[in-house]
Every structure is written in structure tokens, then in C-alpha cells.
Design a protein around this ligand. Structure first.
Ligand code: EAX
Length: 327
């Protein structure tokens, strides 16, 4: 499929009418993500598109492919490698399968709050991890944000880690998350996000875990009764471009894309903050039973074996640096 550098109908018209101008050079780029239109990723993609159009004087146009239109996050990242999609907004869910260095970010209870996570991802450590992604034949433009993840389910109120016993909880396709949920006694079921809603509806799984911006934008209240604000892991997002797009750009154009990515990050973070402010009340109104007071130390303890497994496999150098940066 050849999507890149499609000449739009408007450009064809301009051409045939003999009109000169930037519309002649217009390039439409697909920017894919798995979340709903209007979600925190979606506002990031829109902000990216506006900034890029402004900087390039209309040369580049972004076409948002929302809600998994181009597949799950693993499919989309593979799409970048083969050049079937130009830009992707993804969580780190499947990213560790491409760049294992980034798996450290998925460790539960690693980041103490939003401010710490953002400053670490915006700093030297974040840059090094973007480089690790680039080393895998991808073009990582910026770390963005998904949010602190919480557990929802349709079986029972989860007050303590023991309540997870035997529950089938969908996790991302991420070995660290699977390890954590299995250590806590749940039965982790990895699945791509676009399949999750139907699986919950059909009761193939009992629950899932995601940040408030996802729980609200994916209408999870329709299929989940209980929400526990565990905040068990900070979930970063990443903006990645395809190498075939990147190689076609001049240095000046690359700088436009980088600036547009920064604009997207700011827009997404602002939407995450807004959703954090209003989301829980909205979910309650729609009928979810929400447990806000959580014994985080108990959950931290329950998932701690995931740290031993991780350190055994990947060492503790980056983990220690991330912890030290928050002291
Ligand atoms: O990236 O798969 C997930 O649960 C992610 O949080 C979601 O797709 C947003």
C-alpha cells in the first residue's frame, strides 16, 4: 500500500488549474494511535498537525488514524519499520519487544508522581532511552504521556492485592506488566488494546488496567463496574516516525517535526491533567464504583517480585538511576 506523498484532490485541482503555491507540494501523513478521537493522544495528534502545517506553510498535512484503525500498538510499530504508516503515538506496552532498554519504564511504582516522570523523560535519561529506540530502526521523536494506571473489573471491588486472586486481567503485551500481575495473584492476559472492550463485554476477561484518560475515553463504564485507583505504574507514551519518512526530509523539515512533537506532548499532558481532574467524578456518575483510598504499600509489595525478575534479566543500572533522580 502506498500512502506516503499522496497528492490530495485539492492539490490535483490546483495543479490542473495552473495555480502555484504551497498546496502543490502537500504531503499527507498518517498518524496512528489506538485511543478514541478526542482522547489525550488524539489532542496531541491534532496539535502536532496544526503546528506542522503552520511551520511548513501547509506542505505537510496530518491524517489522524484513531481507535486502532491501523491495528494495535505492536502492529503500528511494525508498520513504521516497513513504512506503511508514517507516525505513531503509542504507550510503551509493546515497545520493550523492540527496544528492551525501555522496559525499565514499565516497572510498577517506579515514578513517584507526574512531575518526576515528566522531568526524567524530558532529561538525559529520557534522551538515552529514545536513542535506544532509534537503534532499532525507528525514529523516536519524544516521550509523551498516557498516565498512572488503575485497575477496573466487573467481578468485585478490589480493596487489597488479595482481591486480585484468580481474576483474569488484561495486560498490555509487556513482560514486566505480566510478571507484576502474576506476582500479585491475578491471571494476566496480554492483548492488544483494540480488542479489549469486546473482550470485557463478552466476559472473556474480568478486568483491565489503564489510566483515567483511557478509562474515560474508551467508555469503560459500559463494561466495568469497579475501579480501584492503584496508580500501580506510570505509563509513558512515545511519538515515533517511520525511517522512510525521516530519510525523505531535509534538516529544516526534521526540525519542524521535532517542534510539532514537543507541541503534541504539551497538549497531551494538559489533557491528561484535565482528565485526572474530572474523570473519576464522571465515571462515578456513569455508575462505576470507585475505591480511592488504596494501601499502595500493599500493592507495591505484591508486585515486587517483578523487580527481581527484571533485574535478573536486565540489570539494575538504569533502574537505580531513575530511582536516584527522584530522591
Ligand atoms: O496507549 O494498551 C493499552 O492499554 C494502552 O494504555 C492504550 O492503548 C494507550
Amino acid at each position: 500500500m502506498f500512502r506516503f506523498r499522496t497528492i490530495t484532490a485539492a492539490a490535483v485541482f490546483a495543479l490542473s488549474a495552473g495555480v502555484a503555491g504551497s498546496a502543490l507540494a502537500q504531503t499527507t501523513l498518517n498518524f496512528a494511535h489506538t485511543t478514541a478521537q478526542g482522547s489525550h493522544y488524539s489532542v496531541g495528534v491534532q496539535a502536532f498537525g496544526e503546528k506542522l502545517a503552520e511551520l511548513s506553510d501547509g506542505k505537510f498535512e496530518i491524517r489522524e488514524q484513531a481507535a486502532g484503525a491501523l491495528g494495535g500498538e505492536r502492529d503500528m510499530i511494525e508498520g513504521l519499520q516497513i513504512g506503511s504508516v508514517e507516525l505513531v503515538y503509542s504507550s510503551t506496552g509493546p515497545l520493550g519487544n523492540f527496544a528492551p532498554e525501555t522496559l525499565v519504564l514499565d516497572l510498577p511504582f517506579l515514578f513517584k508522581d507526574y512531575a518526576a516522570a515528566r522531568s526524567i523523560l524530558d532529561g538525559e535519561i529520557g534522551d538515552e532511552l529514545l536513542e535506544a529506540v532509534n537503534a532499532q530502526g525507528l525514529v523516536a521523536l519524544a516521550w509523551s504521556e498516557n498516565g498512572f494506571r488503575h485497575i477496573t473489573n466487573s467481578s468485585r471491588a478490589i480493596d487489597a492485592p488479595e482481591d486480585l486472586n484468580g481474576l483474569k486481567i488484561r495486560t498490555m503485551e509487556n513482560s514486566v506488566h505480566m510478571e507484576a500481575f502474576s506476582a500479585a495473584g491475578a491471571s494476566p492476559t496480554p492483548m492488544a488494546f483494540p480488542e479489549v472492550f469486546a473482550a470485557l463485554q463478552q466476559r472473556v476477561i474480568d478486568g483491565q488496567e489503564n489510566p483515567i484518560p483511557i478509562i474515560t475515553s474508551a467508555n469503560m463504564w459500559e463494561v466495568q463496574d469497579h475501579l480501584t485507583l492503584t496508580g500501580h505504574v506510570y505509563s509513558p507514551a512515545i511519538i515515533i516516525a517511520s525511517p522512510s519518512l525521516w530519510d525523505s526530509l531535509s534538516d529544516e523539515e526534521k526540525a519542524w517535526f521535532e517542534e510539532a512533537a514537543d507541541t503534541a506532548v504539551a497538549a497531551t499532558r494538559a489533557k491528561v491533567e484535565e482528565d485526572e481532574q474530572t474523570g473519576v467524578a464522571m465515571l462515578r456518575e456513569r455508575g462505576m464504583e470507585v475505591i480511592e483510598e488504596v494501601d499502595q504499600a500493599a500493592f507495591r509489595e505484591a508486585v515486587s517480585p517483578a523487580y527481581d525478575t527484571f533485574v535478573g534479566q536486565y540489570g539494575d543500572e538504569m533502574l537505580t538511576r531513575i530511582q536516584a533522580a527522584q530522591e
